[in-house]
Design a protein around this ligand. Structure first.
Ligand code: FCB
Length: 441
């Protein structure tokens, strides 16, 4: 059960969730408002990874990972319009060098949910100018750091940005159910991606650029009901299909909204980044007008994470297999589970990686897997309560503590294979760093 030679094995993080001290973006402002974040948590200090990145990377290397996905915080690099911080660009150069020195291949995201305060004040992604501003930032980062990483993700999960911020409204900017606005936001995000792609590729064509797509499986709750099947198909088209289709055709394709036919480069992805967590069962409900008549339900007996997300490894197989038609290499840029007790994560890892393997056998060009995530971190509106880490991390003490699944994953990374029968009990790793030390700043 081995994976292809040179397979990338790593974990993924986002700057705002791990660094601490990001006070110049829209999320930090959002966190200050009571009720926005569970338990009133704030993203500072998170994992204090801004200071501790070297020790943290030592640990990932000791766990046999050979790659790492992280993001650059736009608000650090460009705290004021057009004023780029050489200090912060230098910091990220250090971070990328630290990865390379440890044999960890960097995959770098340019935008992972947070916007500089000045961008948010200028209308965020509702403003058409944000696309151009994002591209200018991307170009500058690549000019400084392009030689230090080969894989770049322009934008993380455009559909999640649009859904959480402009439909559900529980993330900044907290707007509700406005489909025209959602379309505008998605169009601007995609224009930003297109502009960044064109400019970066014209400077450094050897770089591999992609977008991290949040893909879910949508199944009818009652498969025998035509209306359930119809709403599930609509969800599938809108959430999964729109962006892939737009990028594939080089033309905006938005169903159910006013048409925008602007064009972009083709191709505009060198690989497809897939973030996969769960599936949703959809049932027709005529009272759910604002949700396109789709009520999302959980099957009564389904195994679920701490966040109540269904554990459904088959979905990853189905998605990866369906992506064969895009004829592009694939990176699983995120996949993981909130599981504080670590009782479900070992099986989650095994079954999802078996799904990746089956998809590879079926012809999907999967080149790497990045587990979300290495350290428990600031999980957006959930605060610190949702524990996605292979390694427990406590914001109060900054202690890192390996969960059993960290060792299981290390064994998978080391052998480039999925063990047939899995042993997750404590087995010393040859080059393991002591992980338990509180290391206060
Ligand atoms: C993804 C996000 C990531 C994290 C995981 C749990 O949608 O990209 O930042 O929040 O979910």
């Amino acid at each position: 059960m081995t994976f292809p030679k040179g397979f990338l094995w790593g974990t993924a993080t986002a700057a705002h969730q791990v660094e601490g001290g990001n006070h110049l973006n829209d999320w930090w402002a959002w966190e200050q408002v009571p009720g926005h974040i569970k338990s009133g948590d704030r993203s500072d200090p998170a994992c204090d990874h801004y200071q501790r990145f070297r020790q943290d990377f030592d640990l990932l290397k000791a766990l046999h990972q050979n790659a790492h996905r992280l993001s650059i915080e736009w608000s650090r690099v460009e705290p004021q319009p057009g004023a780029f911080s050489t200090i912060e660009l230098g910091h990220y150069a250090e971070v990328l060098r630290a990865l390379r020195e440890r044999g960890l291949e960097p995959v770098v995201t340019l935008h992972h949910f947070t916007n500089p305060t000045w961008i948010a004040q200028a209308g965020g992604w509702e403003s058409a100018e944000t696309a151009e501003r994002f591209a200018r930032y991307a170009e500058r980062v690549i000019a400084e750091l392009g030689s230090l990483a080969r894989y770049w993700v322009t934008i993380n999960e455009p559909t999640v940005i649009a859904y959480q911020g402009y439909i559900k409204g529980d993330w900044p900017p907290g707007k509700h159910y406005d489909l025209d606005r959602v379309a505008r936001v998605l169009v601007t995000l995609l224009r930003g991606h297109w502009l960044a792609y064109e400019r970066i590729k014209s400077r450094q064509p050897e770089l591999q650029l992609g977008l991290a797509h949040h893909l879910r499986v949508f199944d009818p709750a009652r498969p025998w009901m035509p209306l359930d099947r119809a709403v599930a198909a609509v969800f599938e088209r809108i959430f999964n299909g729109t962006i892939l289709k737009t990028l594939g055709r080089g033309r905006m394709v938005f169903p159910l909204t006013r048409v925008d036919r602007s064009r972009g480069p083709r191709p505009s992805q060198d690989f497809i980044g897939v973030n996969y967590y769960t599936r949703e069962l959809v049932r027709f409900n005529r009272h759910y007008r604002e949700e396109l008549f789709g009520e999302r339900v959980l099957p009564a007996a389904a195994p679920r994470s701490d966040l109540n997300w269904e554990i459904y490894p088959e979905g990853l197989y189905r998605l990866l297999r369906s992506l064969r038609r895009e004829r592009l290499p694939i990176l699983v840029t995120e996949n993981g589970i909130a599981d504080a007790a670590d009782t479900m994560r070992p099986a989650y890892l095994r079954t999802h990686l078996a799904a990746v393997q089956r998809a590879i056998d079926a012809g999907a060009a999967v080149r790497g897997y990045f587990h979300w995530t290495c350290f428990d971190n600031f999980e957006w509106a959930e605060g610190y309560g949702a524990k996605f880490g292979l390694i427990a991390s406590d914001p109060a003490t900054q202690e890192r503590r390996l969960r059993p699944s960290a060792r299981l994953y290390a064994e998978i990374c080391r052998t480039n294979a999925l063990p047939v029968s899995v042993e997750t009990r404590r087995a010393p790793l040859a080059d393991e760093e002591p992980a338990g030390q509180a290391d206060r700043r």
